[in-house]
Design a protein around this ligand. Structure first.
Ligand SMILES: Cc1ncc(COP(=O)(O)O)c(C=O)c1O
Length: 383
């Protein structure tokens, strides 16, 4: 079992003597020390650009593709580096073939990054965006599976793995399998799940997965990626053209051939130049996640969640919006106490950093949140 405490002392020495309880990973992850060091070192080199060596450029990016691939069970050739989640969702929305009468299936209460591109694509093509209502503020998985099975015009299913506001986790295996059976494109916004819960796309049928690394993967803003399943790469015509996305374009000694044939791998979806310091930081964070083991993190978060479920059972006046069962939650926990604003103010006054989303208090702990800290948070929910 990973020694979380030793890794916390190594990577977050400031936490040892601090009264801060940081529970806002659903907004912004905290850089590990190794990541801060990597970014700082890169920025210092950039101050004297003649000190940058070839490995600081494209080898850094290749390492990023490899580390992301290892994280999700893909191959590096299926990873396109991007600067945010939105890039990948837009890629999906504007390159999957769609026409009038086709249906794009999603759920209500999606984060705007996974709603607006689809709304715009539907407007432009005459496709219909079908948004299934939530039940008790969480996506209705049964209705989603039923719609996939019964609506013949569905061409795309696009959902967040974990909801930014309720914390509900969708069963990607069930939905992905249903999509695969009918040849439907399955697109996943994974930013609220990756780093909190394991995912293996060699087993889970996903066509396109978009994620930033700035939250649960504790990496810089500007480091993000899109996975495109290898059988799907050739089927997509990128809506944007990067100068290093076509055959031979990585030969910097011969740049004027303008060969318009796409790379065969997912680099065809990249828009270079990318922020090298941010990716060098992401590489340090992803190396730490290999040490931590995402399955260990998931188990830790599940046990904090179990405690929250018990707390809400004992205090029914606190509404738990996040599903109660482990498979349908990850690291985002949403509660509605009777006096929401007062609770939020009390938590803030006690240096418990959280966010309020859609009239819920959103608590998003991570691997270093201790059970004692969690108890302290719960003790302050009702005053
Ligand atoms: C579900 C979800 N998707 C996307 C994003 C962010 O998108 P981007 O990385 O494009 O800023 C967030 C949060 O900021 C989110 O919660």
């Amino acid at each position: 079992m990973t020694d979380f405490q030793a890794l916390q002392q190594r990577e977050y020495p400031w936490m040892t003597d601090s009264d801060v309880i940081y529970l806002d990973h659903a907004s912004t992850g905290a850089y590990p020390k190794a990541t801060a060091d990597a970014v700082t070192a890169y920025v210092s080199l950039r101050h004297m650009p003649h000190t940058l060596r070839p490995e600081h450029f494209f080898a850094t990016l290749q390492r990023s593709r490899e580390l992301v691939a290892q994280l999700i069970g893909a191959s590096a050739a299926e990873i396109a580096l991007t600067t945010n989640t939105s890039h990948g969702v837009n890629l999906a929305a504007f390159s999957i073939p769609l026409t009038t009468g086709d249906e794009i299936l999603t759920v209500d209460r999606e984060f705007p990054a996974n709603a607006l591109p689809w709304i715009k694509r539907a407007e432009r093509t005459g496709a219909t965006l079908v948004r299934l209502p939530c039940v008790n503020d969480v996506p209705d998985e049964a209705a989603l599976l039923n719609a996939i099975a019964t609506r013949p015009n569905v061409k795309v299913v696009a959902v967040s793995w974990v909801s930014f506001c309720s914390g509900a986790r969708i069963d990607l295996d069930a939905v992905g399998t249903a999509c695969r059976e009918r040849g439907i494109w399955f697109v996943v916004d994974a930013i609220q799940g990756l780093g909190a819960v394991p995912l293996d796309v060699s087993k889970t049928p996903i066509d396109i997965l978009a994620s930033g690394a700035q939250k649960w993967l504790q990496s810089p803003w500007g480091s993000a990626f899109t996975y495109v399943r290898k059988e799907r790469i050739a089927q997509l015509e990128p809506p944007t053209v990067g100068w290093m996305s076509t055959r031979g374009s990585d030969d910097l000694f011969n740049m004027l051939t303008y060969d318009p044939v796409w790379f065969e791998d997912a680099r065809k979806f990249e828009i270079i130049t990318l922020p090298f310091p941010d990716f060098s930081g992401m590489n340090a964070s992803l190396a730490l996640f290999q040490e931590l083991g995402v399955a260990n993190i998931a188990e830790h978060l599940a046990s904090l969640g179990d405690r929250l479920v018990d707390f809400c059972d004992a205090h029914p006046e606190v509404r738990l919006v996040t599903p109660r069962d482990r498979p349908h939650r990850a690291g985002v926990f949403a509660i509605q106490p009777p006096e929401l604003d007062a609770t939020s103010a009390r938590l803030k006054a006690n240096r418990i950093f959280h966010s309020v989303r859609e009239r819920c208090i959103r608590l998003s702990p991570h691997w270093y949140t201790t059970p004692a800290q969690w108890e302290r948070v719960l003790s302050l929910v009702l005053g």
